[in-house]
Design a binder for this molecule. Sequence first.
Ligand SMILES: [Fe+2]
Ligand SMILES: [Fe+2]
Length: 263
Amino acid sequence: MLRVLFVGDVYGQPGRRVLAQHLPTLRSGFDFVIVNAENAAGGFGLHREAADAVLKAGAGCITLGNHAWHHKDVFALMLDEAKYPIVRPLNYTDPGTPGVGWRSFDVKNAAGESERLTVVNVLGRVFMEAVANPFRALDDLLERGDLGSVFVDIHAEATSEKAALAWHLDGRVAAVIGTHTHVPTADTRILPGGTAFQTDAGFTGPARSVIGADPEAPVQKFLTERPHRFSVAAGPAELNAVALRLEDNRALAVERYRYLEGD
Ligand SMILES: [Fe+2]
Ligand SMILES: [Fe+2]
C-alpha cells in the first residue's frame, strides 16, 4: 500500500513559501508526494528556482498544466530527467514535444517494499487551448503493462470533463484528481470500480486572492471589460492537497487536506 499526497497548483512565491514551511513535516506521513507546480514561477509556469524549491520541500514528482511552457528554463529542466522528475501534459499533438507525459516511480512503502506508481498529467479541452483527446490519450497509455498504481492529474476547466474522465477510467487507474481551477471541490470519493476522484484539488497560494491574483486587477477586468495587469496577491497562503492510499491500482482511501498559514 502506498500513501500518496497530491498538492494542488503551487502559485508564485506565497505558494512556494507555504509549501517550504509545511510540506517537510507533512510529507513524513507519506511515501510519495506529487506537486502540481504549473504556477510556481510568479503565477505562470515553472523555472529552475521554483522547481528546486518544490523538490527541496519534498516533491518526488512535479506535474504541470496549460502554463507548462511559460518559462524557457523548463526545456532544460526536462532534459535533466534524473534531477527534475517533471511530467508535463500527455496529450499534445506534436510528437516532438519536449519532456514526458507520464512517468513511473518505484516507491518504497511503509513496510520497505517497492511498489510502482505511474504519474500522468493530461489537459482538458473544454474552454482550453486545442490539444489531443485526453480520453483517447489515456486509453492508449493504459494499453501498456507494468504501470502499477496510476495517478492521473487532469488539468481542466470544466467540472463535467473531469468527472467524465474519472468515470471513463474507473477501475483502470487508482486516482483521477483535477487541477487548474485553483478551487478545491467537496466531491472527494472512490468510484465503484475503485478509482479515487476529486474534481479539483484546489491550489497552494495566497488565500486572499482571485485564484492567486491580487483581487484589484481581476475586479477591474470584469468591471471594465478591459485588460489589467495581474499581480500575485499578498497575505497568508493556503495549501490544498489530496491524501490517498493506493494499492494494486485501486484507491483504499482518499481525503481532502487544507492548511492555512497562521491557523
Ligand atoms: Fe493553475
Ligand atoms: Fe492551469
